[in-house]
Write a protein of this length. Structure first.
Length: 689
């Protein structure tokens, strides 16, 4: 590179180790560095050194977004690891099928065999994200399914001389991994490689005053302490680059800063769960595209969630952001028969034709997306949808004259290029989870820390990773403020026979129709959830009647026929499930949708009147998020010196009655419909000790 790069002493020492590594016989170099310590500067210097030596090298990253960041930082081409090491030709393997005596096949993108380009040095940035957990897809997968294992095999198979991993070990490890294995020198040595390493830990001078980096350093230091030594965790807004924003104002502030959706807008919202991102994206879209809650619109920003090499000749990667340029109609493939573990269902798939504006691509990219995934709170297809996509292709394939058999090369080639089976997996891209944000940077980032305000390794790594996505300004929502809690006694779990009347907070469902204002909060929550579920379905709600402990709902089915359902609930607003017939009928599908339509926010937005109780609530909420438990209401009984936290565990209802004296917590009395058999409640109690 033309510009002279001035290194700090720590960077210079690490670079000297890298130069020596390029000349010796070692296989792997692991460069670890925290945020702000100059890893990117060192990468630029490394690339300049490789060019000076006229060494063939390849730059790689785990996601498309991380590869683009790497390319921009170094001025050299960079690709995803998947694009570099896997073949584009789908191969077929026969496997055993526990659900059928018929032959079953799995389709694999194998490692590249021979290649015209064999780099002498491979550099992998954002290596903390390189997973070695088996990524199993029902029918298609890459190599062995273990990315790190396959990358190391690629290096050996093509006789690549040197492999350099660069990353931040304080960041989140890959989903399912306890640690970032690509940044573990001992683990790599156990695989038979000779490994050298260097660590950057000093924040470079020009960034030392950054409030964002000061926050990151504090989190890093906490991770270096034992769990017993971790007592305080606070993110304190400074009014400059770390700012506070209330949860209710988050979407408004975001849309105010970015009034027009665009992939070029350097801003994003980051939160913990897919359910949170679904709610925030829906709220953003209500501002950007009023009245379009059930369909994408021209201008919508979408996040690609899965690598796709077959989109109209354009390759799109996990983490890429695209814009909707054209919205077409939907096409529903009805009643696809699917069997999983002996259970048989019929699944409907709703595809939509769209035209996408992809950065760097001149033409509009035309493809199908699956509406069912776009509007779902889930992060990916479920097992039923995965199988249904394959079965749907097989059904269409068999209708062809003299179609070659399943598993044949012709079948595999057609599957690889089928526009429905390869429908692009996308979610709305205004709010994303921290794992999806990892590898990317934005000038402005809104982070909702709710549910991650704990002192566990997982919570601290999440906060560190989310915080360091911001380059210039961090807006902190539910900023952590944990202080030492006095010791309190947890009493034995008692059985709770009836749901308390105040189990659901009115704040869980603030928006309702005028004639629903007097309904119980649980009923309003059910109705709001039902409307969201119906918006992404072919069913229509055309009328309703409200009675004491009874709702009567009138629907119109896709075939035009009417159906009335009666749903009973108790004094807490908890509904009894509708009976199912499992006959695949439209009526039964609607009953199943009604039963499953119940979206609970992670918490009810409790504002404690005492600091000690606020600290306890943050600890409780972090444990609840880990266990997938919602806090449905919090009721303070100040005159009696206790607060009740209502929880939705595996039981229909549970609670913690927390006693305090002079601001100090003294005892926690847990109760559950399942008593001591409530496993989620038991695990929460262990975590808050």
């Amino acid at each position: 590179m033309k510009d002279t790069i001035i290194l700090t002493q720590a960077q210079d020492e690490a670079f000297a180790q890298l130069r020596a590594f390029l000349d010796n016989s070692s296989d792997v170099f692991v460069l670890r560095g925290y945020a702000g310590t100059g890893k990117t500067t060192l990468l630029r210097q490394l690339v300049a050194e490789l060019r000076r030596r006229r060494v063939l090298f390849a730059l790689m990253a785990p996601t498309g977004r991380a590869a683009k960041v790497l390319k921009n930082a170094t001025g050299s081409d960079a690709s995803t690891i998947h694009r570099a090491i896997y073949s584009r030709k789908l191969e077929c393997k026969e496997i055993d099928n526990p659900d059928s005596s018929k032959k079953t096949y799995r389709y694999v993108f194998p490692l590249v065999g021979k290649s015209d380009f064999v780099p002498q040095v491979v550099v992998v940035d954002e290596a903390s994200m390189v997973s070695d957990v088996a990524a199993r897809n029902e029918f298609c997968e890459f190599g062995s399914g273990r990315l790190l294992t396959d990358l190391l095999q690629y290096v050996r198979q093509l006789h690549v001389g040197k492999l350099i991993f660069v990353g931040d070990e304080a960041q989140l490890p890959p989903v399912g991994d306890a640690r970032s294995q690509a940044l573990d020198p001992d683990g790599l040595r156990a695989r038979g490689f000779t490994v050298e390493s260097a660590q950057l830990s000093e924040v470079v001078r020009q960034q030392a005053g950054s409030g964002i980096l000061q926050t990151a350093v504090g989190l890093r230091d906490l991770l270096g302490l034992s769990k017993r030594e971790r007592t305080t965790f606070c993110i304190t807004p400074d009014g400059t680059d770390v700012r506070s924003v209330e949860a209710f104002d988050m979407v408004s502030r975001f849309c105010g800063l970015f009034p027009h959706p665009s992939v070029e807008a350097s801003g994003v919202m980051v939160c913990y769960s897919n359910a949170q991102t679904a709610r925030l994206n829906a709220a953003c879209r209500e501002r950007y595209f009023p009245g379009a809650a059930d369909r994408p619109c021209e201008g919508d920003v979408l996040l690609v969630t899965h690598n796709n090499y077959n989109v109209a000749g354009c390759e799109l990667y996990n983490g890429d952001m695209v814009t909707v340029g054209r919205v077409g109609g939907t096409e529903t493939h009805e009643n696809v028969p699917v069997t999983v573990e002996g259970e048989r269902h019929r699944v409907s798939l709703r595809f939509r034709q769209v035209g996408l504006n992809v950065p760097g691509v001149k033409e509009v990219v035309s493809c199908f997306i699956l509406d069912d995934l776009l509007f779902s709170p889930s992060r990916d297809y479920d097992i039923w949808q995965q199988k249904a996509l394959y079965v749907d292709f097989c059904m269409r394939w068999r209708k062809r004259p003299a179609a070659p058999k399943e598993g044949s090369p012709e079948f595999a080639d057609a599957l690889q290029h089928d526009p429905y089976f390869n429908a692009l997996r996308v979610k709305f891209g205004y709010a994303i989870t921290c794992h999806k944000a990892q590898g990317g940077e934005w000038d402005t980032v809104f982070v909702d820390y709710e549910g991650r305000c704990g002192l566990s390794d997982d919570a601290l790594r999440w906060c560190y990773t989310a915080t360091t996505r911001a380059r210039s300004v961090l807006y902190a929502v539910h900023a952590p403020h944990l202080t030492p809690l006095s010791k309190f006694e947890i009493k034995p779990v008692q059985r709770l026979s009836k749901a308390p009347a105040d189990f659901f907070s009115p704040s869980l469902c603030p928006d309702c129709l005028p004639d629903e204002a007097d309904l119980l909060p649980g009923v309003r929550l059910k109705l709001a959830s039902l409307r969201r579920a119906l918006a992404a379905s072919p069913f229509q709600l055309v009328g309703m009647l409200h009675y004491n402990y009874l709702e009567k709902w009138d629907f119109r089915l896709p075939d035009g026929s009417p159906l009335r359902l009666e749903a009973h609930y108790d004094k807490a607003g908890t509904f009894s499930p509708l009976p199912l017939t499992d006959d695949g009928s439209l009526a039964d599908k609607l009953r199943r949708l009604v039963n499953e339509a119940f979206d609970l926010p992670q918490s009810c937005g409790y504002e404690a009147s005492q600091s000690g109780m606020a600290d306890f609530y943050q600890r409780l909420l972090s444990a609840c998020v880990d266990e997938g438990v919602a806090v449905t209401n919090v009721v303070e009984h100040l005159d009696n010196y206790y607060v009740v936290f209502y929880l939705k565990t595996d039981a229909r209802f549970a609670l913690l009655q927390v006693y305090h004296k002079s601001g100090v917590l003294t005892a926690v009395m847990p109760k559950s419909e399942q008593g001591t058999a409530d496993e989620k409640l038991n695990r929460i109690l262990e975590k808050i000790k």
